[in-house]
Design a binder for this molecule. Structure first.
Ligand SMILES: [Zn+2]
Ligand SMILES: [Zn+2]
Length: 263
């Protein structure tokens, strides 16, 4: 008869793929999310004039750190953080249903990593645009998407604050192509999480930062916060995530800043 009565999982559990996958995925998300948002919360609280010049809605009073908004953001951020604990293992089993995620093997060649990342970006951009476009039809907007549009002046953390159904729709856009791949590696997945979290947090930052944003380098193709801040401010137009291509094709391309604004 076994004498092992410990309530803790055995050592082998902490070396298992499902455990390592969840730890790598959640740690990557948390590091990128809180580094970016730590910086954004700091500049918002201390009102640094040299940074305030980059605020997109400069013509309006700062609203995003009013007490009722802060209360809502804290409540929804705690819910988001708790959901991560469950999402790690759930994603592990979904990703390994059709394909296989290599956790402990050597990193694949950069050609494979970059090809898969390009695939993830292109598929996410298309699925996000169309799901977001549909979320702006009257019934879906009123019952689901409105909760994300409470934030007329978004800040980084609001990127993940929405109705849980919208959260699932967004996760579908982020991961659906990966589920269909035969073989992926945890390194590629963590790199994709880094890119996607950085992109969406910066798009909700409320600032048009130089150098560290896509819109600084490629304003017409990857308008970032200029497009998404406009979307939150007006409650419509500019539905895309990474690229402006679908918005340009559908005639919904609008940007903030006096130079680029089209009304
Ligand atoms: Zn929207
Ligand atoms: Zn948004």
């Amino acid at each position: 008869m076994s004498t092992n009565t410990s309530v803790f999982p055995s050592t082998s559990f902490f070396q298992s793929d499902v455990w390592l996958f969840s730890v790598y995925l959640i740690a990557t998300y948390e590091i990128v999310f809180w580094l970016c948002n730590g910086f954004l919360i700091y500049i918002e609280m201390f009102d640094i004039p040299s940074i305030d010049q980059y605020r997109i809605q400069k013509h309006k009073k700062k609203l995003r750190f009013q007490p009722d908004m802060v209360h809502l953001m804290i409540k929804q951020t705690i819910r988001n953080q708790i959901s991560l604990v469950f999402l790690g293992p759930i994603f592990y089993y979904i990703f390994n249903y059709i394909g296989h995620v290599d956790i402990q093997g050597p990193r694949p060649p950069w050609s494979t990593i970059l090809f898969q990342i390009a695939l993830f970006i292109l598929s996410e951009d298309t699925l996000f645009f169309w799901s977001h476009y549909l979320l702006h039809t009257p019934w879906l907007y009123k019952n689901i998407h409105k909760k994300h549009h409470v934030y007329k002046q978004p800040t980084g953390v609001t990127a993940v604050l929405s109705d849980p159904i919208e959260g699932i729709i967004n996760q579908f856009a982020v991961w659906s192509i990966l589920v269909l791949l035969k073989e992926t590696h945890i390194f590629t997945i963590c790199l994709w999480v880094t890119i996607r979290v950085y992109q969406t947090v910066m798009a909700h930052s409320g600032y048009n930062f130089p150098y560290i944003t896509t819109q600084y380098w490629l304003p017409d193709l990857m308008p970032g916060a200029l497009a998404h801040d406009y979307h939150h401010q007006h409650g419509k137009w500019s539905y895309g995530s990474f690229f402006s291509i679908w918005d340009q094709l559908m005639g919904t391309h609008r940007l903030s800043t006096s130079k680029k604004q089209i009304n």
